[in-house]
Design a protein around this ligand. Structure first.
Ligand code: AP5
Ligand code: MG
Ligand code: ZN
Length: 215
């Protein structure tokens, strides 16, 4: 099964994708994570993307679609894909259709996480992750069970994203509204969009997603 998780910054795409990976053995294809890895490794893509990401703007369509193409090429055919943060523009939606055809895949569901924008700044500015295993946390909503120790791997190192400050988050939201939300009608016309209340508890959101996948 191949699905798109759609929603503004902080909607919970990464959180829910990680759960789907653990539960169903699907693969999370997060262009944000791929770009951050490229920035860290200082590849040509990373060098080009860094300043754009720090401003909260969108990296070029060609770059992100090439990253997705590479990942799909490297994946086993039977492994389901979770597109997290891709596509984000009409051009990317078109590119994804071509990539799915190229890699003999079908798109089964587009899941839109509906959230209240006012809550997103708090979610994002409170976010941190384990520097070792990437497990996601939040200062208020999801603290480690033992203070300062990762629940999953026991590491005591945590990190925060450089674009998780209020000013950049506002730009990311403007970008979402202007360029990403307008692609929903493409998928509505195919009758594959399910809308889920992303303001519910993390577990409740997961349950709602499971119901969509089972439908
Ligand atoms: P990307 O990494 O995709 O960031 P984003 O879309 O802004 O989304 P986030 O990762 O911030 O949010 P999320 O929905 O994953 O939320 P999370 O689960 O972490 O992109 C970053 C940048 O890369 C872009 O700005 C752009 O420059 C570039 N880029 C990436 N893809 C691109 C593309 N396709 N085209 C062009 N440029 C691209 O949750 C957030 C926090 O809330 C966490 O702390 C979590 O614990 C908490 N939380 C989650 N769910 C809940 C809940 N239900 N209740 C309470 N708290 C919750
Ligand atoms: Mg994310
Ligand atoms: Zn960890």
């Amino acid at each position: 099964m191949n699905i798109i998780l759609l929603g503004p910054p902080g909607a919970g795409k990464g959180t829910q994708a990680a759960r789907l990976v653990a539960k169903h053995g699907m693969r999370q294809l997060s262009t944000g994570d791929m770009l951050r890895a490229a920035v860290k490794a200082q590849t040509p893509v990373g060098l080009e993307a860094k300043a754009v990401m720090d401003r909260g703007e969108l990296v070029s369509d060609a770059i992100v679609s090439a990253l997705i193409d590479d990942e799909l090429a490297a994946m086993g055919e039977s492994t389901g894909a979770i597109f997290d943060g891709y596509p984000r523009t009409a051009a990317q939606a078109e590119a994804l259709d071509a990539l799915l055809a190229k890699h003999s895949r079908k798109l089964h569901h587009v899941i839109e996480l509906e959230v209240n924008e006012d809550a997103l700044v708090e979610r994002i500015t409170g976010r941190f992750t384990c520097a070792n295993c990437g497990e996601g946390y939040h200062d208020v909503f999801k603290r480690p069970e033992v203070e300062g120790v990762c629940d999953r791997c026991g590491s005591t190192e945590f990190k925060r994203r450089p674009d998780d400050n209020e000013e950049t988050v506002r730009t990311r939201m403007v970008e979402y509204r202007a360029k990403t939300a307008p692609i929903l009608p493409i998928y509505d016309a195919r009758d594959i969009v399910s809308r889920i209340d992303g303001m519910a508890d993390i577990d409740e959101v997961s349950e709602a997603i499971e119901q969509v996948l089972a439908s």
